[in-house]
Design a protein around this ligand. Structure first.
Ligand code: SF4
Length: 418
């Protein structure tokens, strides 16, 4: 979501005549697009901001703007802490970059329903894969999460706007779209989320559809049915579990039990046996006992996710979980995180090894960023494949390739005749 906002901010600034520079000392305007999901990201932001203070002193004409979730959450407090910041632009007001000089306030963080209709130019990072917002905000209030406070309540874009944007992307040669929303299953346009997927599936030129993220409690039968039925919908779902203990899930206000989650996984795999499932786990939530932690480890063994994003619990001011009495010490959280990572690494590697010798459909995306390989691509299940080929392969090609080797985080293959 944040990456997509950065693309839009860059696009707006470019249409206003700004040029991009890699050298911060050359900049007339520095925009810091921030994340506040964890304390670490917030700390990094303030130390980065501190480095810009000297630049501003040497060149007072330099403008510094802070955007994103920290901007939304802290507003004026940022200027109090760093008076050399010129503008604070919240998550629903990035249109303000259209004319910063015309702003009559340094701080713009109000709720903005027009965010749905804003259609400014984007400077997209990738020419094959595009991020497409379908909704903004979240109504769920998981007890650890700051997002409902920084992104506001759920707002869905009209399906017609989304489809027109994707048709335009297809005309420009994009092959893949990633539909973005904090909880795509709550999409409430004039069609359901599964209905929207059906429309997008029929857009010529688009070969792959992905989405991020769906909440387990809202995973509808309709969506489960779409897997394996819609040709372009990739066989991958990111479905955050967060904990294997139903007691902790309740404290997290996730509104499902572990058993209910497991049942949805079984239905997804029943519908689409090859589906890759990735997830998020938080280690060391307040009040988590060794028994709860062991239930999470057991869940990882039982489910065998294809990959996992793991996080050490980080209290965010203003959230319900930050006020829970039994906050765990850092050593316990670190140890539990380590145990989760070690176990999942084994599972991921074991699952990848099962793919050796199989033929998988790979979208060739870019030159390889790993020495010794020519290309980098991805399977429909979102696994990275490093490819060697004697011949050149145009980016955007989709090939059936036999997997030769599997590592923990990637697969390897040779292409003899593309
Ligand atoms: S569903 Fe929960 S974790 Fe996800 S953004 Fe909403 S409140 Fe945060």
């Amino acid at each position: 979501m944040n990456d997509r906002d950065s693309e839009r901010i860059a696009g707006i600034l470019e249409s206003e005549g700004y040029l991009n520079t890699d050298k911060v000392v050359d900049a007339d305007l520095i925009v810091v697009n921030t994340c506040s999901i964890r304390q670490k990201a917030e700390d990094k932001f303030f130390s980065q901001l501190g480095r810009f203070k000297g630049l501003k002193k040497r060149r007072p004409a330099l403008k510094i703007a802070v955007a994103g979730c920290i901007a939304q959450q802290m507003g004026m407090a940022i200027i109090k802490r760093a008076p050399y910041v010129d503008y604070v632009v919240g998550t629903q007001n990035i249109h303000a970059f259209k004319d910063l000089n015309a702003l009559n306030s340094q701080i713009i963080t109000e709720d903005n329903p027009q965010i749905l209709e804003l259609n400014f130019r984007s400077k997209r990072k990738n020419t094959l894969k595009a991020l497409v917002n379908i909704m903004y905000g979240c109504n769920n209030f998981c007890s650890y999460c700051i997002v409902p406070f920084t992104r506001g309540r759920e707002k869905s874009r009209a399906s017609e706007d989304i489809i027109n944007e994707i048709k335009e992307l297809a005309n420009k040669g994009y092959k893949e779209v990633m539909l973005l929303g904090q909880n795509v299953n709550s999409y409430k346009g004039d069609v359901s989320f599964a209905g929207l997927l059906r429309y997008i599936d029929s857009i010529e030129g688009i070969e792959r559809i992905r989405f991020m993220t769906s909440h387990p409690k809202d995973l509808s039968d309709d969506l489960i049915e779409a897997f394996g039925r819609l040709k372009k919908l990739c066989e991958h779902i990111h479905l955050p579990l967060q904990s294997g203990s139903s007691r902790i899930l309740q404290l997290m206000n996730r509104k499902y039990t572990y058993e209910e989650y497991l049942e949805k996984i079984q239905r997804l795999r029943g519908r689409c046996p090859d589906i890759a499932i990735t997830s998020d786990i938080i280690a060391g939530f307040p009040g988590e006992t060794e028994e709860d932690h062991n239930l999470t480890l057991k869940a990882l063994k039982d489910i065998e996710f294809d990959g996992l994003f793991t996080f050490k619990y980080s209290p965010r001011a203003g959230t319900a979980a930050s006020r829970l009495p039994e906050q765990l010490d850092e050593d316990t959280k670190d140890r539990r995180l380590q145990e989760i990572n070690t176990l999942q690494d084994e599972i991921t590697e074991k699952k990848n090894k099962r793919l050796i010798d199989s033929y998988l459909e790979v979208l060739i995306e870019s030159p390889s960023d790993r020495a010794g390989f020519d290309f980098m691509g991805r399977t429909r299940t979102n696994k990275i494949v490093y490819v060697n080929s004697k011949n050149s392969i145009p980016y955007g090609s989709i090939l059936k390739i036999q997997i030769k080797k599997a590592n923990r985080h990637s697969l390897e293959a040779d292409v003899e005749r593309p």
